[in-house]
Design a binder for this molecule. Structure first.
Ligand code: NAP
Length: 277
Protein backbone atom coordinates (compact mmCIF):
# COMPACT_ATOMS: atom_id res chain seq x y z
CA UNK A 1 0.00 0.00 0.00
CA UNK A 2 1.14 3.56 -0.63
CA UNK A 3 1.69 5.62 2.53
CA UNK A 4 -0.01 8.90 1.68
CA UNK A 5 -2.23 8.19 -1.30
CA UNK A 6 -5.56 6.42 -1.36
CA UNK A 7 -4.78 3.01 -2.89
CA UNK A 8 -6.58 2.30 -6.14
CA UNK A 9 -7.25 -1.06 -7.77
CA UNK A 10 -9.60 -2.34 -10.45
CA UNK A 11 -10.34 -4.89 -13.12
CA UNK A 12 -9.27 -4.66 -16.76
CA UNK A 13 -11.13 -6.53 -19.49
CA UNK A 14 -12.96 -6.02 -22.76
CA UNK A 15 -15.91 -5.86 -22.31
CA UNK A 16 -16.09 -5.27 -18.55
CA UNK A 17 -19.58 -4.01 -17.70
CA UNK A 18 -20.71 -7.50 -16.57
CA UNK A 19 -17.91 -7.91 -14.00
CA UNK A 20 -18.94 -8.61 -10.40
CA UNK A 21 -15.49 -7.67 -9.08
CA UNK A 22 -16.20 -3.95 -8.42
CA UNK A 23 -19.17 -4.89 -6.24
CA UNK A 24 -17.11 -7.52 -4.42
CA UNK A 25 -14.10 -5.33 -3.66
CA UNK A 26 -16.38 -2.36 -2.89
CA UNK A 27 -18.18 -4.51 -0.31
CA UNK A 28 -14.92 -5.51 1.36
CA UNK A 29 -13.55 -1.93 1.39
CA UNK A 30 -16.74 -0.79 3.11
CA UNK A 31 -16.91 -3.76 5.50
CA UNK A 32 -13.34 -3.23 6.74
CA UNK A 33 -13.58 0.59 6.68
CA UNK A 34 -10.55 0.90 4.42
CA UNK A 35 -9.54 3.86 2.29
CA UNK A 36 -9.37 2.84 -1.36
CA UNK A 37 -11.36 2.37 -4.54
CA UNK A 38 -11.82 -0.40 -7.10
CA UNK A 39 -12.95 0.46 -10.63
CA UNK A 40 -13.87 -1.41 -13.85
CA UNK A 41 -11.71 -0.49 -16.88
CA UNK A 42 -12.61 -1.40 -20.44
CA UNK A 43 -9.27 -1.62 -22.28
CA UNK A 44 -8.59 -2.88 -25.80
CA UNK A 45 -5.71 -5.27 -26.47
CA UNK A 46 -3.68 -2.63 -28.36
CA UNK A 47 -3.80 -0.28 -25.38
CA UNK A 48 -3.16 -2.86 -22.68
CA UNK A 49 0.55 -2.31 -22.11
CA UNK A 50 0.28 1.51 -22.15
CA UNK A 51 -2.54 1.41 -19.62
CA UNK A 52 -0.76 -1.08 -17.36
CA UNK A 53 2.45 1.00 -17.35
CA UNK A 54 0.51 4.19 -16.58
CA UNK A 55 -1.67 2.94 -13.73
CA UNK A 56 1.06 2.84 -11.02
CA UNK A 57 1.80 6.53 -11.71
CA UNK A 58 -1.85 7.28 -10.92
CA UNK A 59 -1.88 5.61 -7.51
CA UNK A 60 -2.92 2.12 -8.55
CA UNK A 61 -1.45 -0.65 -6.40
CA UNK A 62 -2.63 -3.45 -8.66
CA UNK A 63 -5.43 -4.76 -10.85
CA UNK A 64 -7.33 -7.87 -11.77
CA UNK A 65 -7.06 -8.97 -15.40
CA UNK A 66 -9.92 -10.73 -17.12
CA UNK A 67 -11.00 -11.90 -20.58
CA UNK A 68 -9.49 -11.40 -23.15
CA UNK A 69 -6.19 -10.26 -21.59
CA UNK A 70 -5.30 -13.09 -19.17
CA UNK A 71 -2.71 -14.67 -21.50
CA UNK A 72 -1.32 -11.51 -23.16
CA UNK A 73 -0.54 -9.98 -19.76
CA UNK A 74 2.20 -12.57 -19.16
CA UNK A 75 4.37 -10.86 -21.81
CA UNK A 76 3.84 -7.44 -20.26
CA UNK A 77 4.55 -8.35 -16.61
CA UNK A 78 8.11 -8.14 -15.30
CA UNK A 79 7.72 -11.07 -12.91
CA UNK A 80 5.37 -14.03 -13.27
CA UNK A 81 4.69 -16.52 -10.46
CA UNK A 82 5.30 -20.22 -11.06
CA UNK A 83 1.59 -20.99 -10.83
CA UNK A 84 0.71 -18.34 -13.42
CA UNK A 85 3.41 -19.71 -15.71
CA UNK A 86 2.09 -23.26 -15.23
CA UNK A 87 -1.50 -22.20 -15.92
CA UNK A 88 -0.39 -19.97 -18.82
CA UNK A 89 -2.48 -17.00 -17.72
CA UNK A 90 -2.63 -14.35 -14.98
CA UNK A 91 -5.58 -12.68 -13.29
CA UNK A 92 -3.95 -10.58 -10.56
CA UNK A 93 -1.26 -7.91 -10.88
CA UNK A 94 0.70 -6.29 -8.06
CA UNK A 95 2.41 -2.98 -8.86
CA UNK A 96 5.51 -3.17 -6.67
CA UNK A 97 7.24 -0.20 -5.07
CA UNK A 98 10.36 -0.89 -7.17
CA UNK A 99 8.27 -0.32 -10.33
CA UNK A 100 8.10 -3.99 -11.29
CA UNK A 101 4.79 -5.52 -12.35
CA UNK A 102 4.16 -8.85 -10.68
CA UNK A 103 1.62 -11.24 -12.25
CA UNK A 104 -0.10 -14.09 -10.43
CA UNK A 105 -2.96 -16.50 -11.08
CA UNK A 106 -5.33 -17.04 -8.16
CA UNK A 107 -8.02 -19.06 -10.01
CA UNK A 108 -6.66 -22.38 -8.75
CA UNK A 109 -6.45 -21.03 -5.20
CA UNK A 110 -10.06 -19.80 -5.49
CA UNK A 111 -11.23 -23.12 -6.86
CA UNK A 112 -9.71 -25.14 -4.00
CA UNK A 113 -10.73 -22.64 -1.28
CA UNK A 114 -14.31 -22.78 -2.56
CA UNK A 115 -14.38 -26.59 -2.47
CA UNK A 116 -12.94 -26.62 1.06
CA UNK A 117 -15.52 -24.10 2.25
CA UNK A 118 -18.51 -25.62 0.44
CA UNK A 119 -17.64 -29.28 1.07
CA UNK A 120 -15.60 -29.30 4.31
CA UNK A 121 -15.09 -33.08 4.22
CA UNK A 122 -13.68 -33.02 0.68
CA UNK A 123 -10.41 -34.86 0.17
CA UNK A 124 -8.59 -34.59 -3.17
CA UNK A 125 -7.23 -38.11 -2.68
CA UNK A 126 -10.70 -39.66 -2.02
CA UNK A 127 -10.87 -40.99 -5.59
CA UNK A 128 -10.47 -39.93 -9.21
CA UNK A 129 -11.50 -36.43 -10.23
CA UNK A 130 -13.48 -35.90 -13.43
CA UNK A 131 -12.96 -32.59 -15.21
CA UNK A 132 -15.20 -31.51 -18.08
CA UNK A 133 -13.57 -28.96 -20.39
CA UNK A 134 -10.01 -28.05 -21.35
CA UNK A 135 -10.09 -24.26 -21.71
CA UNK A 136 -8.39 -21.61 -19.57
CA UNK A 137 -10.33 -22.41 -16.41
CA UNK A 138 -9.59 -26.13 -16.77
CA UNK A 139 -5.85 -25.42 -16.73
CA UNK A 140 -6.18 -23.72 -13.34
CA UNK A 141 -8.43 -26.52 -12.02
CA UNK A 142 -6.15 -29.35 -13.17
CA UNK A 143 -3.00 -27.61 -11.88
CA UNK A 144 -4.55 -26.95 -8.47
CA UNK A 145 -6.03 -30.44 -8.13
CA UNK A 146 -2.59 -31.94 -8.75
CA UNK A 147 -1.06 -29.41 -6.37
CA UNK A 148 -3.34 -30.45 -3.48
CA UNK A 149 -2.78 -34.18 -4.00
CA UNK A 150 -5.27 -35.52 -6.55
CA UNK A 151 -3.86 -38.81 -7.75
CA UNK A 152 -5.90 -39.32 -10.92
CA UNK A 153 -7.76 -36.88 -13.14
CA UNK A 154 -10.07 -37.91 -15.98
CA UNK A 155 -10.34 -35.09 -18.48
CA UNK A 156 -12.89 -34.82 -21.26
CA UNK A 157 -13.35 -32.01 -23.77
CA UNK A 158 -15.41 -31.57 -26.91
CA UNK A 159 -12.21 -30.74 -28.80
CA UNK A 160 -10.05 -33.69 -27.79
CA UNK A 161 -6.64 -32.26 -28.87
CA UNK A 162 -7.01 -29.53 -26.24
CA UNK A 163 -7.41 -32.17 -23.54
CA UNK A 164 -4.41 -34.06 -24.97
CA UNK A 165 -2.38 -30.84 -24.80
CA UNK A 166 -3.22 -30.49 -21.09
CA UNK A 167 -2.22 -34.08 -20.47
CA UNK A 168 1.10 -33.45 -22.25
CA UNK A 169 1.76 -30.57 -19.86
CA UNK A 170 0.40 -31.95 -16.60
CA UNK A 171 1.59 -35.53 -16.94
CA UNK A 172 0.62 -39.08 -16.17
CA UNK A 173 -2.02 -38.29 -13.52
CA UNK A 174 -4.22 -36.93 -16.33
CA UNK A 175 -6.19 -39.39 -18.49
CA UNK A 176 -8.06 -38.12 -21.53
CA UNK A 177 -11.57 -39.47 -22.11
CA UNK A 178 -13.45 -38.96 -25.37
CA UNK A 179 -16.28 -36.41 -25.17
CA UNK A 180 -18.88 -39.01 -26.12
CA UNK A 181 -17.79 -41.02 -23.05
CA UNK A 182 -17.90 -38.05 -20.64
CA UNK A 183 -21.05 -39.33 -18.90
CA UNK A 184 -19.53 -42.79 -18.29
CA UNK A 185 -16.35 -41.18 -16.98
CA UNK A 186 -18.30 -39.62 -14.10
CA UNK A 187 -19.27 -43.04 -12.69
CA UNK A 188 -15.80 -43.51 -11.17
CA UNK A 189 -15.29 -39.97 -9.92
CA UNK A 190 -15.27 -38.80 -6.30
CA UNK A 191 -14.87 -35.19 -7.46
CA UNK A 192 -16.61 -33.78 -10.54
CA UNK A 193 -15.89 -30.36 -12.00
CA UNK A 194 -17.56 -28.64 -14.92
CA UNK A 195 -15.13 -26.11 -16.40
CA UNK A 196 -17.01 -25.75 -19.70
CA UNK A 197 -19.31 -22.84 -20.34
CA UNK A 198 -22.19 -25.28 -20.91
CA UNK A 199 -25.28 -24.38 -18.89
CA UNK A 200 -24.46 -20.69 -18.69
CA UNK A 201 -27.47 -18.38 -19.03
CA UNK A 202 -27.93 -17.64 -22.73
CA UNK A 203 -25.41 -20.29 -23.79
CA UNK A 204 -25.49 -23.89 -24.98
CA UNK A 205 -27.31 -26.40 -22.82
CA UNK A 206 -25.40 -28.85 -20.60
CA UNK A 207 -26.11 -32.24 -22.20
CA UNK A 208 -23.56 -34.63 -20.67
CA UNK A 209 -25.51 -37.63 -19.28
CA UNK A 210 -25.52 -37.44 -15.49
CA UNK A 211 -27.09 -40.71 -14.40
CA UNK A 212 -23.63 -42.08 -13.52
CA UNK A 213 -22.95 -39.53 -10.77
CA UNK A 214 -21.79 -41.34 -7.65
CA UNK A 215 -23.66 -40.83 -4.35
CA UNK A 216 -21.44 -38.82 -1.98
CA UNK A 217 -19.27 -37.41 -4.79
CA UNK A 218 -18.38 -33.72 -4.53
CA UNK A 219 -19.67 -31.90 -7.60
CA UNK A 220 -18.90 -28.32 -8.53
CA UNK A 221 -19.76 -26.16 -11.52
CA UNK A 222 -17.61 -23.17 -12.48
CA UNK A 223 -20.65 -21.67 -14.18
CA UNK A 224 -22.30 -19.36 -11.63
CA UNK A 225 -24.95 -17.75 -13.81
CA UNK A 226 -27.37 -19.32 -13.05
CA UNK A 227 -26.20 -20.14 -9.54
CA UNK A 228 -27.98 -23.50 -9.52
CA UNK A 229 -27.13 -25.23 -12.80
CA UNK A 230 -28.58 -28.38 -14.32
CA UNK A 231 -25.42 -30.23 -13.25
CA UNK A 232 -25.80 -29.14 -9.61
CA UNK A 233 -29.51 -29.99 -9.55
CA UNK A 234 -28.85 -33.47 -10.94
CA UNK A 235 -25.99 -33.96 -8.48
CA UNK A 236 -28.22 -32.94 -5.56
CA UNK A 237 -30.84 -35.43 -6.70
CA UNK A 238 -28.17 -38.17 -6.92
CA UNK A 239 -27.06 -37.60 -3.32
CA UNK A 240 -23.83 -35.76 -4.16
CA UNK A 241 -22.40 -32.82 -2.23
CA UNK A 242 -22.70 -29.74 -4.45
CA UNK A 243 -20.69 -26.51 -4.48
CA UNK A 244 -21.68 -23.63 -6.76
CA UNK A 245 -19.20 -21.58 -8.78
CA UNK A 246 -19.79 -18.18 -7.22
CA UNK A 247 -17.54 -19.05 -4.29
CA UNK A 248 -14.58 -19.59 -6.64
CA UNK A 249 -15.05 -16.08 -8.01
CA UNK A 250 -15.11 -14.68 -4.47
CA UNK A 251 -12.16 -16.68 -3.15
CA UNK A 252 -9.90 -15.95 -6.14
CA UNK A 253 -10.21 -12.26 -5.25
CA UNK A 254 -8.91 -12.69 -1.68
CA UNK A 255 -5.11 -12.71 -2.33
CA UNK A 256 -5.27 -9.57 -4.51
CA UNK A 257 -7.41 -7.62 -2.03
CA UNK A 258 -5.05 -8.54 0.80
CA UNK A 259 -1.95 -7.43 -1.12
CA UNK A 260 -3.50 -4.15 -2.30
CA UNK A 261 -5.43 -3.03 0.76
CA UNK A 262 -3.66 -4.83 3.63
CA UNK A 263 -6.54 -6.88 5.08
CA UNK A 264 -7.35 -10.51 4.30
CA UNK A 265 -11.11 -10.44 3.66
CA UNK A 266 -13.60 -13.14 4.66
CA UNK A 267 -15.76 -14.88 2.09
CA UNK A 268 -18.99 -15.14 4.07
CA UNK A 269 -22.74 -14.96 3.65
CA UNK A 270 -22.66 -11.15 3.54
CA UNK A 271 -20.04 -11.24 0.77
CA UNK A 272 -22.18 -13.53 -1.35
CA UNK A 273 -25.25 -11.40 -0.73
CA UNK A 274 -23.41 -8.20 -1.69
CA UNK A 275 -22.29 -9.69 -5.01
CA UNK A 276 -25.68 -11.22 -5.81
CA UNK A 277 -27.63 -8.07 -4.98
P1 NAP B 1 -12.67 -21.11 -22.46
O1 NAP B 1 -11.20 -21.09 -22.34
O2 NAP B 1 -13.32 -20.39 -23.59
O3 NAP B 1 -13.12 -22.65 -22.50
C1 NAP B 1 -14.47 -23.00 -22.76
C2 NAP B 1 -14.66 -24.50 -22.51
O4 NAP B 1 -16.06 -24.80 -22.72
C3 NAP B 1 -13.88 -25.37 -23.49
O5 NAP B 1 -13.54 -26.58 -22.87
C4 NAP B 1 -14.94 -25.60 -24.59
O6 NAP B 1 -14.71 -26.77 -25.36
C5 NAP B 1 -16.17 -25.79 -23.76
N1 NAP B 1 -17.38 -25.56 -24.57
C6 NAP B 1 -17.87 -24.37 -24.98
N2 NAP B 1 -19.00 -24.56 -25.71
C7 NAP B 1 -19.19 -25.91 -25.75
C8 NAP B 1 -20.19 -26.74 -26.34
N3 NAP B 1 -21.21 -26.22 -27.05
N4 NAP B 1 -20.11 -28.09 -26.17
C9 NAP B 1 -19.08 -28.61 -25.43
N5 NAP B 1 -18.11 -27.88 -24.86
C10 NAP B 1 -18.17 -26.54 -25.01
O7 NAP B 1 -13.37 -20.52 -21.16
P2 NAP B 1 -12.84 -20.60 -19.65
O8 NAP B 1 -12.13 -19.35 -19.32
O9 NAP B 1 -12.15 -21.91 -19.46
O10 NAP B 1 -14.24 -20.56 -18.84
C11 NAP B 1 -15.12 -21.66 -18.87
C12 NAP B 1 -16.32 -21.40 -17.94
O11 NAP B 1 -15.88 -21.28 -16.60
C13 NAP B 1 -17.06 -20.09 -18.25
O12 NAP B 1 -18.43 -20.32 -18.08
C14 NAP B 1 -16.55 -19.13 -17.19
O13 NAP B 1 -17.50 -18.13 -16.87
C15 NAP B 1 -16.36 -20.08 -16.02
N6 NAP B 1 -15.37 -19.62 -15.05
C16 NAP B 1 -15.79 -19.43 -13.78
C17 NAP B 1 -14.88 -19.02 -12.83
C18 NAP B 1 -15.35 -18.84 -11.41
O14 NAP B 1 -14.70 -18.13 -10.66
N7 NAP B 1 -16.44 -19.47 -11.02
C19 NAP B 1 -13.54 -18.78 -13.16
C20 NAP B 1 -13.15 -18.98 -14.49
C21 NAP B 1 -14.08 -19.40 -15.44
P3 NAP B 1 -13.85 -26.67 -26.74
O15 NAP B 1 -12.43 -26.67 -26.32
O16 NAP B 1 -14.27 -27.88 -27.47
O17 NAP B 1 -14.28 -25.39 -27.42
Amino acid sequence: MTDHKIPLAGVIGHPIAHSKSPRLHGHWLKTYGLPGAYVPMDVREDDLEDVIRTLPKMGFVGVNITIPHKVAILDIADLVTDRATLIGAANTLIFRRDGKIHADNTDGYGFIANLKQGAPGWKPSAGPAGVLGAGGAARAVVASLIDVGATEIFLSNRTRPKAEALKAEFGSKVHVVDWVQAGNMLEDCATVVNTTSLGMTGGAEFRVPLDGLRRGAVVTDLVYSPLRTKLLDAADAAGCVTVDGLGMLLHQAVPGFERWFGVRPDVDVATRAAVLR
